[in-house]
Design a protein around this ligand. Structure first.
Ligand SMILES: [Fe+2]
Length: 209
């Protein structure tokens, strides 16, 4: 039987707000502060008619959720370092890191919606993300600028390793949709961002050659 708000639940909500209004709220009183029923567990798959086997969809969802968790952490690292950046190139790096963060946000949405399309549940809550990610936690404070940039590169490297493995697996499994998202969206964006960050770690004279 589908879970719906029981009569007792309606009474509980009604009782909670008794002191705030008179009347019964008609037929359209919102049922506030409901205790939710989990209708699909994380890791369980719904069947959508996209003509891919259960095994293929399950494997793709598992790979995508790992990449999604790492991408959410990479996004957060970019914002953290966007805020904490300092030094002579502060403004340039401040803007660049924010641009990369925005590009990662776009990928986060596409990855999550691919998981949903495959019938899975996308990892969303940051505390759940933290349990899944393979990217090490940075110190809460501020590191030296080259260390912050190196940390971003290492996060990309961890992520790109997973993306390449997933591209290979989804190719073998015939999951063309996931393969396309990873190989023409996630991978090139990360590779390009690596290039832009790595160039800031070249020890080259600014004025005198
Ligand atoms: Fe900002």
């Amino acid at each position: 039987m589908p879970p719906t708000a029981s009569k007792a639940e309606k009474q509980r909500v009604r009782g909670r707000y008794e002191h705030l209004f008179s009347g019964d709220g008609g037929q359209s009183q919102p049922l506030l502060h409901q205790h939710g029923v989990e209708i699909q567990e994380f890791g369980k798959l719904r069947l959508l008619p996209i003509v891919l086997s259960f095994e293929t969809r399950a494997q793709s969802c598992q790979l995508l959720n790992q990449i999604l968790a790492d991408t959410q952490i990479l996004y957060s690292l970019y914002k953290k370092h966007h805020w904490l950046m300092r030094g002579l190139t502060f403004y340039q790096l401040h803007l660049l890191l924010d641009k990369h963060a925005e590009e990662q946000v776009a990928l986060i949405d596409q990855l999550a919606e691919r998981v949903q399309t495959l019938g899975g549940v996308a990892v969303g809550d940051p505390r759940h993300v933290a349990e899944i990610t393979a990217i090490p936690r940075p110190p809460n404070g501020v590191e030296e600028v080259p260390a912050m940039l190196s940390r971003l590169l290492e996060a990309h490297e961890i992520l790109i390793t997973k993306v390449r493995e997933a591209i290979s697996t989804t190719d073998d499994n015939g999951d063309a949709g996931t393969n396309d998202l990873l190989s023409s969206g996630v991978l090139p964006t990360n590779e390009m961002q690596v290039w832009f960050i790595a160039e800031h770690l070249v020890d080259t004279p600014l004025i005198h050659g």
